[in-house]
Design a protein around this ligand. Structure first.
Ligand code: ATP
Length: 369
């Protein structure tokens, strides 16, 4: 039972109708959301949508113009950053260059006047947690970028915050190291049980690490759900389009019994899918379907709910799979993915092949336009 599905679970963080204005610009717009203990919560959205502003309000660097932010039930509006049970992890370049790794991690604890023996224990624990024991005596410039990132993490977890804020924590790392570090972050989050809130513009990263993802647009959260729900059941064209690759087909609704048909282009067969509540005949809709849900074949499949003929126009070779851009007689392009068969040729189809695209009636979702 996930805490967000449990009506009795108490949220760690509550944004209650929070608005943040800078002058007459509204950066956060009447936003309400609960974040639970032990969550790895991701804020995802395009540049300028308000992700960092939300983090800065959580950390105490900004105060809401309207509304409240509660931490464990207490309004934290008037609590200064250093008195909050929150901590923000800064990029690794915020490490002190003249201090050893050990001293960098101990810094905040010394400043808080923690007894010496306790500091020693805590630093050792953090070094073990982030697998940095061997590097304790080195200076930041004597370790790699990925290791520095782990020092920054160790330092921000040393004070055992209830909530750790990570603003683009892996932005400086190359793709491979970034992916490895994502798994380390997940392990560390699980081991410590600390609630993590991460800001990222990288949707793959959000989908990998997060228990739930909040997709933001213009200072509002437009959908908050587990990664699979965000991907499989986006609640709007905006979310479908923002996350992953998607075919968006515009047309007019035609409800027929327990199925919804979509008339979308002259001369094309109507698309068939599961109905959408409250849809009326003739309403403008989008049909959203992921390329990997579209099958591509040489022959017309016998029993597919949806089947359309087209011609291969472009191919993106991705190793294990290829993405085919198939042009329909009306000029529209639909993307389909298929596995590459290594034994025969590296692609199942080639340019200008006449192909059939098909999918089941539950493969895509209808969305309001
Ligand atoms: P990015 O991914 O580019 O960091 P973001 O989603 O984190 O973007 P924010 O930094 O939260 O976005 O900014 C949201 C909006 O608020 C932006 O349009 C930004 O210009 C504006 N903004 C942020 N801080 C201030 C400020 N101190 N004064 C005026 N406007 C601000």
């Amino acid at each position: 039972f996930a805490p967000w599905e449990d009506p009795n679970a108490k949220p760690l963080i509550q944004f209650q109708n929070v608005t943040k204005r800078f002058g007459d610009f509204t950066a956060i717009d009447d936003l309400t959301v609960d974040i639970f203990e032990q969550e790895f919560f991701a804020l995802l959205g395009p540049s300028g949508c308000g992700k960092t502003t939300m983090m800065r309000m959580l950390a105490g660097f900004e105060t809401p113009t309207e509304g409240q932010i509660l931490l464990a039930g207490q309004d934290i509006g008037a609590v200064p950053p250093n008195k909050r049970a929150t901590n923000m992890m800064f990029q690794s370049y915020a490490l002190f260059p003249h201090l050893s790794i050990w001293e960098n991690i101990a810094f905040g604890l010394k400043r808080d006047k923690m007894p010496k023996d306790q500091i020693g224990e805590r630093v050792e624990e953090m070094l073990r947690l982030t697998r940095l024991e061997k590097f304790a005596r080195r200076k930041p410039h004597q370790i790699s970028g990925g290791q520095r990132q782990r020092v920054a993490l160790a330092r921000s977890l040393a004070k055992a915050p209830k909530l750790l804020l990570l603003d683009e924590p892996l932005g400086a790392l190359d793709k491979k190291l970034r992916q490895e570090t994502q798994f380390e972050l997940m392990d560390i989050q699980e081991t410590t049980g600390t609630t993590f809130v991460i800001v990222t513009h990288d949707q793959e990263e959000a989908m990998t690490v997060a228990s739930r993802v909040a997709v933001m647009d213009h200072g509002q959260i437009v959908q908050v759900a587990t990664p699979d729900v965000i991907y499989e059941a986006p609640n709007s064209t905006y979310v479908a389009d923002f996350i992953g690759d998607v075919n968006l087909i515009a047309g007019k609704a035609d409800p027929q019994g327990d199925k919804l048909h979509l008339h979308w282009a002259d001369g094309q067969p109507a698309l068939v899918g599961s109905p959408l509540a409250g849809i009326t005949k003739g309403q403008d809709l989008h049909y959203a379907i992921r390329p990997e849900k579209v099958s591509i074949s040489a022959e017309k499949p016998a029993d597919a709910a949806n089947a359309i003929q087209g011609e291969v126009h472009d191919i993106a070779y991705l190793g294990n799979i290829s993405t085919y851009h198939v042009q329909l007689p009306g000029g529209q392009i639909i993307k389909a993915q298929a596995a590459n068969n290594r034994r025969i040729s590296r692609r199942a189809f080639t340019w200008e092949d006449k192909v059939w695209l098909s999918w089941t009636d539950t493969a895509g979702v209808f969305l309001e336009r």
